[in-house]
Design a protein around this ligand. Structure first.
Ligand code: GLP
Length: 250
């Protein structure tokens, strides 16, 4: 199901409401969370709603999708730092249960396998939030990644490094490798919500509707998932045939 909202604020309002409702209905749940520019307004809205509604987030377990290999949690462009600054430090989470893959330990033998196993030991992910890369990647699962992959190290595609260079200081190199949950880890989530906003995602979304299910466009695998919703703003939906989505007026 593809839902299209008028703008980024309407998307953030809807997605943060969905997160809020999920957590309120089962406080000890396991969430899979994502980073990237798309998630920033969503986390801002979510923080405000949790504070206003006094929602208990202390029983949540969180597993983040990915991290750059070689960056430690204090590096400003690490996803650990992103999560801390944009979400974790704003609400009373139990930080023992908030997991971001460790970019420094990622290359240790068994680290990747342990990350997947840890998710399974928590009973799997109840609700997975996803963004999508310009080339259709989810997490950092680049085109060509097998659909049965578990947590692993990837070499980032040139397009991904270019897209993500906007978060790094001028002249600073985007790491060449990342650790990511695998596509199978993601697909085992009971419910998935993928968000894409802005005109740069219009051609990405067109690939989603134009292609069947192919490892060359990783997020097409979501067509196989029984409980996936895709949420877009008008800009990201502009190249889609109107019959492929439902427009939500707010
Ligand atoms: C990164 C992350 C993805 C994210 C994607 C989209 O590559 N690894 O998890 O979905 O970028 O990012 P943005 O929201 O900034 O477009």
């Amino acid at each position: 199901m593809i839902l299209v909202f008028p703008d980024v604020d309407a998307v953030a309002d809807y997605v943060s409401d969905t997160l809020y409702t999920q957590i309120r209905s089962r406080p000890p749940m396991t969430l899979g969370l994502a980073t990237g520019g798309t998630m920033e307004p969503i986390y801002q809205y979510f923080i405000d709603k949790v504070k206003a509604g006094n929602l208990d987030v202390s029983q949540l377990s969180i597993f983040n999708l990915d991290e750059y290999v070689g960056l430690d949690a204090n590096h400003p462009q690490s996803y650990a730092a992103y999560m801390k600054a944009r979400l974790f430090e704003h609400l009373p989470f139990n930080l023992q249960n908030c997991h971001v893959p460790d970019g420094k330990a990622a290359l240790d033998a068994n680290y990747c396998q342990q990350y997947s196993t840890q998710i399974q030991r928590h009973g799997g992910i109840d609700f997975q939030l996803l963004g999508v890369g310009g080339n259709g990647h989810i997490g950092f699962n680049e085109p060509g990644t097998p659909f049965d992959s578990r947590c692993h190290i990837v070499e980032l595609a040139p397009r991904t490094r270019l897209d993500n260079s906007r978060f790094f200081a001028p002249g600073e190199l985007v790491p060449a490798h990342a650790i990511t949950m695998g596509i199978q880890d993601i697909m085992e989530a009971r419910e998935i919500l993928l968000v894409a906003t802005g005109p740069k995602k219009a051609s990405t979304m067109k690939k989603f509707v134009d292609h069947g299910i192919t490892e060359q466009v990783p997020f097409t695998v979501l067509k196989r998932h029984p409980a996936t919703t895709i949420v877009l703003d008008e800009a990201a939906a502009q190249a889609l045939p109107p019959a492929s989505y439902q427009r939500i007026y707010t």
